[in-house]
Design a protein around this ligand. Sequence first.
Ligand code: ATP
Ligand code: MG
Length: 752
Amino acid sequence: MNLLEHLNPEQLAAVTLPNQPALILAGAGSGKTRVLTTRIAWLIQTGNVSPQGVLAVTFTNKAAREMTTRLAAMMPINTRGMWIGTFHGLCNRLLRAHFRDAGLPQLFQILDTQDQLSAVKRVLAGMNADTDKFPPKQVQYFINDAKEEGQRAKDVPIHDDMSRRYAEFFAAYDEQCQREGVVDFPELLLRSYELLSKNQILREHYQRRFSHILVDEFQDTNRLQYRWLKLLAGSAEAAAQGREPNVVLAVGDDDQSIYAFRGANVGNMADFERDFKVQNVIRLEQNYRSFGNILNTANALISNNTNRLGKNLWTDAGEGEPVRVYEAATDGYEAHWIAEEVKSLVAEGHMRSDIAVLYRSNAQSRVIEHALFSQGIAYRVYGGLRFFERQEVKHALAYLRLLANADDDGAFLRVVNFPTRGIGARSIEQLQDAARAAGCSLSAAVPMLSGKAGASLGNFARLIEGLREQTRELMLPEVIEHMLERSGLMAHYRAEREGADRLENLSELINAGAAFIQEADGVIESGDLAAFLAHAALEAGDNQAAEGKDAVQMMTIHAAKGLEFHAVFVTGIEEGLFPHEQSVMQNDGLEEERRLMYVAITRARTRLYLSFTQQRLLHGQTRYNVPSRFLDELPAELLKWLTPRMQGRGQGAYGASASAQSWGGGYGSSAAAGSGTASSSAAAAASASFGAGKTSERGGGWRIGQSVQHAKFGQGVIVSAEGSGSDARLQINFGRAGMKWLALEYAKLTAV
Ligand code: ATP
Ligand code: MG
């Protein structure tokens, strides 16, 4: 059977396991996903299960698509109707199919994180809550955490006034969502969990249907997801009814658990072993993805974590190339260098899509995009630019949401006066009061108003009603096009000086609608528009550039989980950015960051680049960086420095290569890197800036103008710097104690 041909003995055993619960616990690149996918194919091919009897969960839409594609390549089956997807995607599907039982309108809308926050704000405003005391974001976290624990407002433990208030907000928020026919992300899960647990007929239907349940990236499931899985597995019920229990295969790697901040719970692995009485814990130890140097770099890094289940990973692929390390003067140079390296990789014949640029924070992507773009290198951003989260796209989606569901107050408020049509805040307030008093939605309350407010709001209501009429018979792309024109959005952005991009994005939305119909291939379950809106909310950010075009893959490390590439750039490996400054304070935060770094490194097959910068502009601020501690944790003999190797913090090449590009300001720094190679211009810039004496001194993050404290001289301000390495000296004005030159090496300064 050729399905089984390229499997090692442990993988073969896992693929062909008899029908028992099993856990595969294995490191990166050991073939976990391959085993899971092959097992599905094998089960179907051997007649153990029909394609409809499989439920497979993965972590991202990209991974789900990949799995479906691989399955289709392995055997001639129609994968379209198969239940392969993310938890959110599958729950969405379940709720759409049983909207009535779930207590939802047929065309319920999904709120993304941003929409949810505005919904929370409206609740708080409606309840006259003091938002200093109860920040909307906190309330949002509270609600989401509770839902992820499977709790409703009535289940939340109340121990003081504070928790009582939170529970009240939660209740009011849920009421508002229900009234408006919208659900947030955690609600998708909780609602379908409740649907299945309360409705015995449905539950048994799905329990009988999904005789095989397979979960990839199991280490990142949260509590509610685990309970959802348990419910569908229905072991106890099967036993009571004398059925064979459903077979659950969970696949994961504790070292790659990187979603604790969203409630992921590695403890689910141990619970799974216990709850399902797992006899089979399968370990895969051979890594097939990466060459030895890359793998050993990853192994060395992760060995610094104490909280591990412990695994060995080896490869017989040979050492391969050394891991390349690059220090750049600024983020602009880092980006420019990446573009140059990408060009030579492409010249060597590698696909752009086999090259990934990874970053810790979305905000890092802009400079890199700029550099790739100016070099004419096609790229695609996953999750970053968030097409569906752009202002103009959200406006357009709000109109579509109103077409699908007039009671969607969030959408109503977003566009009632956009483009401006003379509806003032006062009128909207009156409308909100009327709606609150009558316990109905904003659009239902419009006829209750009279006078000027009634007239102007009435016009808006008629506009929406008219659009709904006019588009009833149209195909999705035409609906979108018609809406864009009639709503006045197109005209608005045409008149805007900087509107060209936005117009382009709006046209792109029409394309997205067309592509959506094509992809769905007629299997859309309940109304094009609602399905498309759900897709937009679920995929926010996926599929940036033209599909099918060979493009460099850009994404956060979180989004790269499970993927692999010929060459990988891990950028911005700097203290404060990676590990992220917020994480260092948290319990297990640093270990989670290290796991994230482990995930990043293990994405690379052949070539791995690690880079950091001396200064970077982030969130509008110039930051002077110290290289990440993670770099110190890598075995020196496996690394190849492309720039002079740093001699420890605050000294050597590192202290000397200060740079002045970002004095030019803003992202212009990346444009400034346009001539020569990045490193040579960096060097030039460094000497220039020292000569001019108006730069940042890099030793340990010192910079001109910075306030410092000295044991003997007291407080002072750094005025200038000269020399490098152990010769580096700082000139400091100590005020009363006068101006001093101090050798950096001995000065013992602390920042103020
Ligand atoms: P991650 O932890 O990153 O999700 P994984 O354990 O899921 O990794 P896979 O993505 O399934 O690993 O496999 C890594 C790579 O190794 C893939 O390219 C896969 O095709 C290849 N591979 C897996 N097993 C074998 C094998 N027995 N022979 C050859 N190649 C293999
Ligand atoms: Mg995998």
